[in-house]
Design a protein. Structure first.
Length: 286
C-alpha cells in the first residue's frame, strides 16, 4: 500500500519498532510506520507551519499514544515535544520509538491525566489533543479545556467528535445515539448488534470550545486545514485508525462528504466546526 509518503523510515527501524513488546501486542502492530507519520504531518503539522515557526515552538502532545504526532512534528523540524499519556507502559514504548527515530533528545515524557498536567502557564507554545477529550468523562471536560488554554502560549489543535452532529463515526456509529443519556444507549446499540462498540464516551459540543476562545481564535475553515481546497489536496493519505487494514488508504473523500465539507467551510469559515461531524480545529493566539 502506498500513500506517497513524505516521511521515510528504514526497514531496519520499522522492524525495531515492531519488535517493541508493548507495540507488538497492540492493535496497532500492523501500522505502516512511514505512512502513519506522513498522516500526522499532512493533517496537523503542515497546517500548523502556516501559522507558527515550529523550529522555535515547544508542543505538548496530550494522550500521545505511541507518539506519532510528536515524532512527525520533530522530524519536520519542530523544536521540542512533550509527550503526555495516562498509560505509563505505552509511554515507555513511545520513549523506545523516539530513540529508534533519533528524536529522543528533543522530547520529554509525562505520565498524567490531561486535566492534571504539571506544566506552568504558557510553558508550551502549542497544545495538541487528538481524539482524546471524548474519553475523559463529562465532569473533566471543563477542567481539561482550562488546562489546555492555560498551558498553551501560541496555539491549540483540538480534534474530537461534535455532539451536535446527528451521526458520528465513532463507537457504534449509530445516528443520534450520542444524544441519549449514557445508560439509555445500550438498548439502542443492542438492537443493531453493536453493544460491544458502545464505550459510553461523552462527546463535546461547540459550546465547550468557547473556553478557548477568550485566548485563541479558530483559523482553519475545514478541520485543521485553511480551506476546503487544502483538505482535498491532502489526499491520498494513509489512515492509521480503524481495524480494517484494507481500507486505510484514503484516495479521495466520498462525494457527499466532500460536498458537505466544501459548503460548510465556505459558508461558515473558521466557525464551520459548529456544523461539522468533528470539532477538529486549529486555534491561534489572539
Amino acid at each position: 500500500m502506498q500513500a506517497n509518503s513524505t516521511v521515510q523510515v528504514s526497514d531496519i527501524d520499522v522492524n525495531r519498532i515492531r519488535a517493541i513488546p508493548h507495540f507488538q501486542a497492540s492493535i496497532y502492530r500492523d501500522l505502516e510506520i512511514g505512512n502513519t507519520l506522513d498522516f500526522f504531518t499532512r493533517r496537523y503539522v503542515r497546517p500548523l507551519v502556516e501559522h507558527l515557526n515550529i523550529s522555535e515552538a515547544v508542543v505538548v502532545d496530550c494522550a500521545c499514544g505511541y507518539g506519532w504526532f510528536s515524532f512527525a512534528y520533530l522530524l519536520a523540524g519542530g523544536k521540542k515535544a512533550i509527550a503526555v499519556d495516562l498509560d505509563a507502559e505505552r509511554l515507555l514504548a513511545a520513549k523506545e520509538i523516539a530513540k529508534i527515530l533519533s528524536v529522543d533528545n528533543r522530547m520529554a515524557f509525562i505520565n498524567s491525566e490531561i486535566q492534571e498536567i504539571p506544566l506552568a502557564s504558557n510553558e508550551a507554545d502549542v497544545f495538541v489533543s487528538i481524539e482524546t477529550l471524548e474519553h475523559i468523562g463529562r465532569n473533566n471536560i471543563i477542567s481539561a479545556l482550562c488546562r489546555i488554554k492555560d498551558i498553551a502560549a501560541k496555539g491549540v489543535i483540538i480534534t474530537t467528535p461534535n455532539k451536535f452532529f446527528p451521526a458520528v463515526a465513532h463507537d457504534t456509529c449509530l445516528p443520534f445515539i450520542h444524544w441519549l443519556p449514557t445508560k439509555r444507549r445500550r438498548g439502542y446499540a443492542r438492537l443493531f448488534g453493536r453493544e460491544e462498540l458502545d464505550q459510553g464516551n461523552e462527546f463535546l459540543t461547540p459550546l465547550d470550545l468557547n473556553i478557548l476562545r477568550g485566548k485563541f481564535k479558530p483559523v482553519s475553515a475545514c478541520l485543521t486545514f485553511r480551506n476546503f481546497e487544502d483538505y482535498r489536496n491532502h489526499f491520498p493519505f494513509y489512515q492509521p485508525y480503524g481495524p480494517d487494514e484494507s481500507e486505510r488508504l484514503q484516495v479521495r473523500p466520498a462525494a457527499t462528504k466532500a460536498l458537505y465539507y466544501m459548503v460548510a467551510s465556505k459558508v461558515f469559515g473558521a466557525n464551520s466546526y459548529w456544523v461539522m461531524p468533528s470539532l477538529s480545529r486549529l486555534f491561534i493566539r489572539r
